[in-house]
Design a protein around this ligand. Structure first.
Ligand code: PLP
Length: 485
């Protein structure tokens, strides 16, 4: 045995010798493995009582060290008992991923090597891996740029924030120094009434104020109405406001509806406005040749949000911001300091071209997964889940439910009631309560997780299939549980 290893004594409690490290890493893998084996038989939804969780945690006063195996075991037990298991094949939920094993392994490599992506020169491998994967996704969307620019984000909300900051800075360069208060009018942006409401927080964060977000009415198919958009822009201009950004949603969160992207791109171009597409979850279909056409028009966007931690099944947090405007990103987030390493030409520093400063190597997990299963592997998974969505739609219709949304994507919104609220608020309220109790009944079986939502004011049940582990029999069993009553 190597003498220096035999004599190894940890310097501090943070260190481990090789034997202990191997033992504990193996132990953690066993815990992960056991969970993967048993999750199908666990209730999807926990009985959650904040007091019970807090009571359990009170045993950790951190005064004395505890045995590592015991701490890992107990932490896994906590997660097992008090988590909505998005890894369960009956999780028909909110795009929260069942992480692909390769993604978990990639994230482990990232955690262990811990490259600092703030400056390219600190992490050339990881920085170029991110750039390579971003270019692949941007290329599949058809965005201009060689390569397509952008970066990984913590998620869709950060990517959408980046889109607003970029559009604002490119449209009104003086905002960078003087702020929006220096403008001769109020900058306003447009997203559909069915869009993701992170836009309100983003407008607040950017100093635009929530009132700067125009939630444009939708047509009966829940897509943004381009005529309503045109008249909203005209009305704002007449009032002296400054329209600067149109947001198209490609895959709404509730109903999976895709806004008319080509019309929105035309209108944005005609009005001299920027065009961003929020494809946080549905952008994943770009990896499938069969489904890519549902995103047609997205290639005309100035920027796109596409999450890897939704339908690409990566551990959280992993979003992407993709853009044809590399220069604009550098203009928006420019900064230089005495203490950061010198930049390298042709290799922009992420801290000076994105919201974050210290930066995790988020793209690495997607890199190892894409490299291992290939784009074809993703295409097959996504197409299969889309087919399962069709199966669920069929089974529900056969059983007398009314499907309320029209989408090629695997999210089904349905009701046992009328398809539009007709008799006033009290009816809508009663519908919502009845559907809520149906959802609760399904949750109580422990076999599935579904939710309720509201589509342009109409209450609905919602079931979505973006979990690669979900099978035909899980779909059949959901349909049966729903209908059994
Ligand atoms: C989920 C979602 C977001 C927010 O993304 P996060 O990753 O949760 O920050 C934004 N837009 C749409 C359409 C979404 O579905």
């Amino acid at each position: 045995m190597d003498g220096s290893l035999a004599e190894f004594k940890p310097n501090t409690a943070l260190e481990m010798d090789a034997d202990e490290r191997r033992r504990l890493f193996t132990h953690a893998f066993d815990l992960i493995d056991r969970h993967a084996g048993e999750v199908r038989d666990l209730p999807v939804t926990p009985d959650a009582d904040p007091l019970a969780v807090r009571h359990h945690l009170r045993r950790y006063d951190f005064d004395a060290p505890l045995e590592a195996e015991a701490v890992l075991d107990d932490t896994a037990a906590l997660l097992r008992r008090w988590t909505v298991h998005t890894t369960h094949p009956g999780y028909f939920g909110l795009f929260n991923p069942n992480p692909a094993p390769m993604g978990v392994l990639g994230d482990l490599l990232t955690a262990a090597f811990n490259p600092q992506l703030a400056a390219w020169s600190h992490a050339p491998a990881a920085a170029e891996i991110d750039r390579h994967v971003v270019a692949h996704l941007g290329g599949r969307l058809g965005l201009p740029g060689d390569p397509v620019a952008g970066h990984f984000t913590s998620g869709g909300a950060e990517a959408n924030l980046t889109g607003v900051l970029l559009a604002l800075t490119r449209t009104f360069p003086e905002v960078a120094e003087d702020g929006v208060a220096a403008l001769p009018g109020r900058p306003v942006l447009y997203a559909s009434a069915e869009s993701h409401l992170a836009w309100l927080k983003i407008a607040h964060m950017c100093g635009l104020g929530r009132g700067a977000v125009r939630l444009v009415p939708v047509t009966p198919d829940l897509r943004m109405d381009p005529r309503a958009l045109a008249s909203a822009v005209a009305a704002d201009r007449a009032q002296g406001h400054l329209p600067f950004l149109v947001v198209g949603t490609a895959g709404t969160t509730s109903a999976g509806v895709i806004d008319p992207l080509p019309e929105l791109a035309d209108l944005a171009a005609a009005e001299g406005m920027r065009f961003h597409v929020d494809a946080a979850w549905a952008g994943a279909v770009a990896l499938s040749d069969r489904l890519r056409p549902v995103l047609d028009g997205i290639e005309r966007a100035d920027s796109v949000t596409l999450d890897a931690h939704k339908w690409l099944s990566m551990p959280m947090g992993a979003g992407t911001f993709l853009t044809s405007d590399a220069e604009g990103l550098q203009e928006t987030f420019r900064i230089s300091t005495s203490y950061m390493p010198e930049g390298i030409s042709g290799a922009p520093d992420p801290y000076a071209s994105s919201v974050q400063w210290s930066r995790r190597a988020i793209g690495l997990k997607l890199f190892v997964t894409l490299a291992t299963i290939g784009r074809e592997g993703y295409a097959q998974a996504i197409e299969r889940q889309t087919d399962l969505g069709d199966l669920l739609r069929r089974r529900l219709t056969e059983a007398g439910w009314r499907v309320l949304n029209h989408t090629p994507l695997p999210v089904v919104c349905f009701t046992d009631g009328r398809d539009r609220p007709s008799d006033g608020p009290s009816d809508v309220h009663a519908d919502a309560e009845r559907l809520q109790s149906i959802a609760e009944r399904v949750l109580a079986t422990g076999r599935a997780w579904i939710s309720t939502t509201s589509l342009a004011g109409t209450p609905a049940l919602r079931a979505c299939i973006t979990n690669f582990a979900t099978t035909e029999s899980d779909v059949e069993s959901l349909a049966t549980d729903l209908t059994r009553g």
